[in-house]
Design a protein. Structure first.
Length: 370
């Protein structure tokens, strides 16, 4: 069985999805592939990149319309809008599906973004709530079309590639939500120095902060992840450093997320290290403690059904050091999938003490042991 799929990427209202052909495994007859035509496309819109006082539920909405030719009975439309670095599903009366009329027409509400996507799916398809990359044709997705929003889209800085600790990383760019806080991620805030150490910075001023994030360009799976971090006791309470595994597809509870979080979450004299197996609100999935100033190696060893977090004083490559804390999680531990490692320094905007100054951290080394 073969499939040919071409995604339409055009800003015109007559954007069409070029057909793909399915040849039956036991028949030589050809079945016409579905096609999409957009008859009404909303504007390309995204909130100001530095605006923080919004949530993902505050997005403006508009109507999108189109026609699906060749849809079979029971197939439905799933609509996505891309904003703040992710594709988010657009729900209709609480459901992620839009019906196709007998003449192929469909009409729905979407939250405004810079691009819009329409997926024709089988009745049993379960769409991801949010995703960094759209699903591909297959596994319940019959056809897919993408169209740019009308008008000029926001211009964001281009991501860049960094080599750190023998791995290739890409920088995040533009506004993205982290831990419920919307940050503007600027690739200029991440770099390596002549020793190979990684620098991450929060730059700017109140009301216009720029954060930093690196994402590993491949998934590593089970193994031990280590991060050697220089003293971060100078960080303001609302500056957070995180080492996480995170899958760009899924929901908050299904993203294969394991976290080591460093920071005070907006409060003085708070705990400053968290170990988390998401979702964090499950009591058995969360441990918090406080460490004094100094250089530490934070790590987690990820195994089937088990993950062991630890924090060691000093460099673990110099004969080890005093174990400050260690905790083994056996509940809700995810299996590997499409996750990748991310290292981020960002502003937590929901704490009691707002950020006042620029902040910077230095990470000497990342290490992965399979």
């Amino acid at each position: 069985m073969s499939r040919l799929h071409i995604v339409a990427r055009t800003a015109t209202l007559s954007a069409l999805l070029a057909p793909f052909v399915t040849i039956g495994c036991h028949s030589s007859s050809k079945i016409s592939a579905p096609t999409f035509a957009f008859s009404k496309v909303p504007a390309a819109e995204q909130e100001s990149p530095y605006k923080t006082g919004i949530s993902e539920r505050d997005y403006k909405t508009d109507i999108i319309e189109g026609r699906a030719t060749g849809a079979r009975p029971g197939q439905r439309i799933v609509l996505y809008a891309k904003t703040d670095g992710r594709w988010g599903v657009c729900r209709q009366s609480g459901q992620p599906f839009t019906s196709v009329e007998t003449d192929g027409r469909w009409r729905a509400s979407v939250h405004l973004g810079i691009q819009y996507a329409a997926l024709l799916v089988d009745p049993t398809y379960n769409p991801p709530e949010q995703t960094e990359s759209l699903p591909i044709v297959g596994n319940g997705v019959v056809a897919l079309a993408v169209v740019n929003g009308e008008g000029a889209a926001p211009v964001l800085p281009s991501p860049k590639i960094l080599n750190f600790s023998g791995y290739e990383w890409t920088t995040s760019t533009g506004p993205i939500f982290h831990a419920g806080s919307r940050n503007f991620f600027d690739p200029a805030n991440a770099w390596t120095d002549e020793t190979g150490a990684l620098h991450l910075r929060i730059s700017g001023s109140p009301g216009k902060w720029g954060a930093a994030e690196l994402k590993l360009t491949r998934s590593l799976g089970y193994g031990t992840y280590r991060l050697q971090v220089r003293d971060v006791s100078h960080l303001e309470p609302s500056a957070l450093l995180a080492l996480i595994t995170w899958d760009g597809v899924g929901t908050e509870s299904t993203r294969r997320e394991l976290d080591v979080e460093l920071g005070g979450w907006g409060y003085l004299d708070n705990t400053n290290v968290n170990y988390v197996v998401q979702p964090y609100y499950v009591p058995a999935n969360f441990v918090a403690f406080r460490v004094p100033p100094g250089l530490y190696t934070h790590s987690f060893q990820w195994e089937p059904g088990k993950v062991t977090f630890s924090t060691v004083a000093g460099s673990i490559n110099k004969g080890g050091g005093r174990v400050i804390n260690q905790h083994v999680f056996t509940s809700g531990v995810p299996a590997p999938g499409g996750e990748s490692v991310r290292i981020a320094l960002y502003v937590f905007h929901q704490g009691k003490i707002p950020l006042k100054n620029e902040n910077e951290v230095i990470i000497d080394k990342f290490e992965y042991l399979p």
